[in-house]
Design a protein around this ligand. Structure first.
Ligand code: ISL
Ligand code: CA
Length: 538
């Protein structure tokens, strides 16, 4: 029987295909490389993989600029390699989620090539075109995430087109029903090929305000300058017109109706919005006719979360997305790896991993996270990411989290490739390679396996409700419930010891393999630095 609910509480392993495993010596990871490494993925015990884009692309944004949604880029392999990968993953009990970038295409996509050719061709209205303001400047104040105006002048049409990211990523016009139909055909194409779900890139950017009203400024007291590069004024606007439009919901409902024709499929929508992310999650995951989950940025930016921050995020989700289901991540292909971003000693890394596997919501872990990899140092001359090249040195871009996965220490390319890797393998990573950690029972790899297995052993943790989420000093604690099972979770998110009362009732200590503390003779929990306490009600 198909488990339609498998996504609820799932552990999803994100693979950045360029950097996972190269199978043919060209220095770039590929689909056959992923297939070779599935035993490693399976050994983690994850439920699914999410593969970052592998579609035909000029690679200006390394695949997030798609020129053919229904084909594999030759760099990554072929459609038949993809089919083999899905089949092999399924044999390992791993679901496959793919990353659809529907908000914008590449400027090399035939749709855009046609659209820009004239103002009256059949695809003239497939992208967002506008006449200039009377003084020739862009039609409004919308900004690109990657810097500057979101509008690019096109000399042939003598009009501007909208791009929320690179100029080579023109924004598709979701107000045009033909565009929606064409994108839903893409979704159907991959469902028919047997994928289990989708990570939907930038879903809150799909629809723009059709009156092209300028965004208002964000009130200064709401600004958080730690979030984006200071050189980017993007986060000083309130994005109520360029993105986050209520019209997005109608498209999500069409998408979901299609998805529901195929049992057991899921979708996690990426909602990048520093100011209103959780409210938008609430809208997009309400009911059961939009997306199943929203991918949250709460732990992807900003300072190391303390107990109070974790408790607040959980309370905010309950309040702002009461019907919703979050998908948490600490690291991904866009942000500084959390081991470095939060400057975590090994015990702290373990505490955050344990916490993640106890949170209500699904979780994504990013390749190399299971090895505790720090951010790699990438020299300016090796930089590949256009975002980093634009803002260096204030913002060094995203290459430091995209360097190749390390499999073996003995090989200078970490076993990633026999050729010249597209980004240098970090030498600091080699002594953390998979083969090294396999031999070391104290290594992060084993902690990830144990924490994932612990989550899977307790349905309350994976699928249950939560209650009483609180911070007491440095300890975040809560209970999780599913059917007859109640699990108590307390985690000391600090390098200092802490004391906490056990909740009322009879509890059985569990999670010893994760270092879980038992109550002392005084009935209280005496937690060491970064120590959890995990208990089952009986
Ligand atoms: O909007 C944001 C913050 O307010 C950003 O975090 C935004 O959500 C994020 O940059 C979107 O990233 C995704 O789409 C990009 C691509 O470059 C990234 O790799 C991808 O993860 C454009 O497709
Ligand atoms: Ca290759």
């Amino acid at each position: 029987a198909i488990d339609n609910d498998w996504w609820r509480g799932a552990v999803i392993y994100q693979i950045y295909p360029r950097s996972y495993q190269d199978s043919n010596g060209d220095g770039i990871g590929d689909l056959n490389g992923i297939a070779m490494r599935l035993p490693h993925v399976a050994s983690l015990g994850v439920d699914a993989i999410w593969i970052s884009p592998f579609f035909a692309s000029p690679m200006k944004d390394f695949g997030y600029d798609v020129s053919d949604y229904c084909d594999v880029d030759p760099m990554f392999g072929t459609l038949s390699d993809f089919d083999t990968l899905v089949e092999t993953a399924h044999l390992h009990g791993i679901k496959v989620m793919i990353d659809l970038v529907l908000s914008h295409s590449s400027d090399q996509h035939p749709w855009f090539v046609e659209s820009r050719a004239s103002r009256d061709n059949p695809k003239a209205d497939w992208y967002v075109w506008s006449d200039p303001a009377p003084d020739g400047t862009p039609p409004n104040n919308w900004l690109s995430i990657f810097g500057g105006s979101a509008w690019q002048w096109d000399a042939r049409r003598e009009q501007y087109y909208l791009h929320n990211f690179l100029t080579s990523q023109p924004d598709l016009n979701f107000h045009n029903p033909d565009v929606q139909d064409a994108l839903l055909d893409v979704v159907r194409f991959w469902l028919d090929r047997g994928v289990d779900g989708f990570r939907l890139d930038t879903i809150n950017f799909y629809v723009h305000d059709d009156q092209l009203r300028s965004n208002p400024p964000l009130p200064p007291e709401e600004r958080d300058d730690s979030i984006a590069p200071k050189v980017n004024p993007y986060n000083h606007q309130l994005h109520v017109y360029s993105k986050n439009r209520p019209e997005n919901i109608a498209f999500l409902e069409r998408f979901r109706a299609l998805l529901d024709e195929y049992p057991g499929k899921t979708a996690v929508g990426e909602v990048g919005d520093a100011q209103r992310g959780l409210e938008i999650m609430g809208e997009y995951t309400a009911g059961d006719d939009r997306v199943h989950m929203c991918y949250s940025f709460e732990f992807l930016s900003g300072a190391q979360p303390d107990a109070a921050k974790v408790a607040k995020v959980m309370a905010d989700v309950d309040e702002k997305a009461p019907e919703g289901w979050a998908c948490w991540a600490y690291s991904n292909h866009d942000v500084v790896r959390h081991a470095t971003r939060w400057d975590l000693p090994p015990a702290a890394q373990r505490a955050f991993t344990t916490l993640m596997m106890c949170l209500r919501g699904s979780v994504c872990i990013y390749q190399g996270e299971e090895l505790g990899l720090p951010e790699a140092d990438v020299a300016f001359e090796d930089l590949q990411d256009p975002y980093g090249i634009e803002f260096w040195p204030e913002f060094k871009g995203r290459d430091g989290c995209r360097t190749p996965m390390v499999w073996e220490q003995s090989n200078q390319n970490g076993g990633f490739t026999d050729g010249m890797p597209w980004l240098p393998v970090s030498h600091d990573h080699l002594n953390r390679a998979v083969a090294v950690q396999e031999e070391d029972p104290g290594a992060p790899l084993h902690h990830y396996r144990k924490a994932i297995a612990f989550r899977h052993a307790h349905p309350a943790l994976a699928k249950g409700a939560h209650d009483g989420v609180k911070a007491t000093g440095s300890v975040v604690h809560f209970q999780r419930f599913d059917g007859d099972e109640t699990v108590f979770v307390a985690i000391n998110l600090s390098g200092e010891p802490a004391v906490l009362d056990m909740p009322d009732g009879a509890w059985l200590q569990i999670g010893q393999e994760l270092g879980s503390a038992a109550p002392g003779a005084d009935g209280k929990l005496h937690l060491g630095p970064w120590q959890p306490a995990l208990a089952l009600k009986h």
